[in-house]
Design a protein around this ligand. Structure first.
Ligand SMILES: NC(=O)c1ccc[n+]([C@@H]2O[C@H](COP(=O)([O-])OP(=O)(O)OC[C@H]3O[C@@H](n4cnc5c(N)ncnc54)[C@H](OP(=O)(O)O)[C@@H]3O)[C@@H](O)[C@H]2O)c1
Length: 282
């Protein structure tokens, strides 16, 4: 079977770069829509150079530029979007262009997290989940073939520091546990999220469905993670339990201060998600 030609939007981003690598790895002709500003950014242009050398065809354009989107559609049959949570609603023009082009057999919108239909996180998520749901409805209303990737947590977020905000490595003396520590989270490597995503492109079973990534070996509660770490360092840690109410209060007060600059909303959402009932495993 001929491999789908794949357009990725967001290759200079965290997940996007893994998606580009996986698309090439599975021998799909690979295209990337890149904003002109990225070519003049030294760090991003290095990344783009390396992707181009590996075989990715770089197309200049943006989610806000209809002409560039339509030109890109003409070259591909699958579109994957990996813009950040804050940019999710920018996908509306893309959806309209996909519809107009009539040639796209699968669209994967930027989700790659918890299922937005099943996640309720107080009022602290800056409407990320609401907006992802809004895009789902928009895609469906336009009759575009889709797959939604619900991959749970990126492993690189918080797992290397044992879910301890503000730390870079796991603690060796005391550990903070959110809630009772028994709620399970699913931690998946970004490169695996990318591989699963690419494997689904030509699979008819995943057409117009949500694909849940929940490898059994990647499902752990805080208590289980701490126990594993204690086994590795041969030492018991002092456990400090923080209840759901306390955590909410701390997050609302801007805690932890040094993390506020980096993705404070995402971190708050992730932390809070860890202790809210069953949404992680749905
Ligand atoms: N499951 C988890 O734990 C988890 C954690 C974090 C994120 N996520 C999800 O993963 C997805 C991707 O997020 P990310 O953090 O990988 O994103 P990111 O690193 O912020 O990258 C965003 C990408 O989108 C591109 N972009 C932004 N605006 C654009 C526009 N108008 N037109 C074209 N391209 C544009 C950026 O290009 P430039 O180089 O031009 O800026 C960049 O390549 C999101 O849905 C997010 O919610 C999940």
């Amino acid at each position: 079977m001929e491999k789908s030609r794949v357009l990725i939007i967001g290759v200079t981003g965290n997940l996007g770069q893994h998606l580009a690598k996986a698309t090439l790895q599975f021998s799909h002709p690979t295209f990337a829509l890149v904003r002109p500003s990225s070519f003049s950014d030294p760090h991003k242009s290095d990344k783009l150079h390396s992707l181009s050398n590996s075989g990715v065809t770089l197309l200049q354009g943006s989610l806000e530029d209809e002409e560039s989107l339509m030109a890109a559609m003409k070259q591909v049959d699958v579109v994957i979007c990996a813009v950040s949570s804050k940019q999710v609603l920018l996908q509306k023009l893309l959806v309209q262009v996909i519809k107009k082009s009539g040639c796209i057999k699968r669209f994967i919108p930027s989700e790659f997290g918890l299922d937005p239909e099943k996640t309720r996180i107080s009022d602290m998520d800056y409407n990320f989940y609401k907006q992802k749901s809004e895009i789902r409805r928009f895609v469906e209303a336009h009759g575009i073939p889709y797959t939604y990737i619900s991959c749970n947590f990126y492993m690189s977020y918080l797992l290397p520091q044992l879910v301890q905000p503000g730390l870079k490595v796991p603690p060796r003396d005391k550990v903070t546990i959110f809630g009772d520590g028994n709620t399970k989270g699913v931690f998946v490597k970004e490169s695996d999220v990318a591989e699963f995503t690419i494997r689904t492109l030509d699979d008819p079973q995943t057409l117009n469905k949500v694909l849940y990534l929940r490898p059994t070996g990647n499902v752990y509660s805080m208590n289980e993670l701490v126990e594993l770490w204690e086994g590795k360092i041969g030492k018991k840690l002092e456990k400090i339990f923080v209840s759901e109410q306390e955590l909410l209060k701390k997050i609302k007060a801007g805690w932890p201060a040094d993390m506020a600059a980096i993705l404070s909303a995402d971190v708050a959402v992730i932390l809070f998600s860890l202790i809210i009932r069953s949404s992680l495993l749905l």
